[in-house]
Ligand binder design. Structure first.
Ligand code: ZN
Ligand code: ZN
Ligand code: ZN
Length: 362
């Protein structure tokens, strides 16, 4: 049986963790700092900048009060739960005293910081400092951003969450828990840093690609990065006035077809190679007539007589890309998540094959 203080500690830090990290489930349940302080924060869509000034202040204070909240909670359930540590009374007592003073110092430090931000009607807030780089009076930038954010024509990564990338007519905005960065589109250099691919779920093997874009402001403000879903990359680019520098070795998969092709290629490279006699050549791919034929279908997902797949005896006739496109064209177009686990038939002999049966030739 858990002692009350262990149970309380577990529960308290779990909830605290959810508040700090704010996983999607927690956000959709509506238990967020934004909803707790909703009436004070005002409306994001009407007064975007002030909303985020207040939100970052509230977040800083709220997070800083969590350790002290734990101490106060523990005084109600008692300290006896720490008995299992077999520490002496004195050690527990001193430990708690140190904890209490540290928690108080953290809260006082953050409260002082927020008070400093608030002076002169928030003129000391990092957001105000950030905007004042772009003009004498930061409030003129504030009004412009508010007006541009109210327009429907903007790019926003995801509908909710504390961490978002927003592009409006003149500004690139990145929101975070404690800070929001604003960069004017006329004073920035953008470049694609790298691309990252993730498997969304191991069952369907659907992959998503993220493009990491380096934002280098030309004004005195630190560089930062934003992460865009590759399928949203063209929407993001459409709202920009500047070009994004892209190295030639970076490929951005903007459609689900391209994303699939990259996953198909990875799978084929994981499959065993098909060894052909040295000196034999198979001519060029009969799909594109450009690349050499480079893949062979051989049943290897199961024993020859098991399963639905059949062994194809056709010689290599297709390049990897054309075979990938052929395979994709035989799938349910409305459900790209099912493609990796699906099957297709050989374009020549109609033998059924799955992605495990496609081998690169060697
Ligand atoms: Zn081809
Ligand atoms: Zn065949
Ligand atoms: Zn198979």
């Amino acid at each position: 049986m858990l002692s009350p203080s262990v149970a309380f500690s577990f529960f308290y830090w779990l909830v605290a963790f959810c508040f700090v990290v704010a996983p999607t489930e927690f956000q959709t349940s509506g238990v967020t700092i934004q909803s707790l302080f909703a009436s004070w924060l005002g409306s994001e869509s009407i007064d975007f900048v002030n909303y985020h000034i207040k939100r970052t202040a509230a977040t800083t204070l709220f997070h800083a009060s969590l350790p002290l909240g734990y101490f106060i909670g523990m005084t109600f359930v008692g300290e006896s739960g720490l008995d299992f540590l077999e520490l002496s009374e004195w050690a527990i007592h001193t430990g708690w005293q140190i904890y209490f003073y540290s928690a108080c110092s953290l809260l006082i430090a953050c409260a002082t910081l927020v008070y400093y931000w608030h002076m002169n009607d928030w003129s000391n807030h990092p957001i105000a400092k950030n905007l004042s780089l772009y003009g004498e009076n930061w409030r003129s930038a504030l009004l412009q951003i508010n007006a541009e954010f109210r327009s429907i024509d903007k790019y926003t990564s995801g509908p909710t969450g504390t961490s978002r990338t927003i592009v409006v007519d003149n500004w690139i905005i990145k929101t975070g828990a404690y800070d929001v960065k604003f960069v004017h589109q006329d004073h920035v250099v953008l470049s694609v840093g790298k691309t990252e691919e993730y498997q969304v779920s191991p069952d369907t093997m659907t992959t998503v690609q993220y493009v990491r874009i380096n934002v280098n402001p030309l004004k005195a403000q630190p560089a930062f990065g934003v992460r865009i879903l590759s399928t949203e990359y063209s929407d993001f680019k459409a709202k920009l006035r500047t070009e994004i520098l892209t190295l030639p070795n970076i490929t951005i998969h903007q459609t689900s077809g391209e994303l699939f092709l990259s996953a198909f290629r990875d799978q084929v490279h994981q499959n065993p190679m098909f060894v052909v006699d040295s000196g034999s050549s198979f001519g060029s791919c009969i799909g594109c007539h450009e690349k050499p034929a480079s893949v062979k279908l051989t049943k290897q997902c199961a024993e020859l007589e098991d399963g639905d797949c059949k062994n194809c005896r056709c010689p290599p006739m297709w390049c990897l890309e054309c075979m990938g496109r052929w395979y994709a064209s035989r799938q349910d177009q409305s459900r790209p998540d099912s493609w990796m686990g699906g099957s297709a038939t050989c374009p020549m002999c109609r033998a059924k094959f799955c992605m495990l049966d496609v081998s690169a030739i060697q």
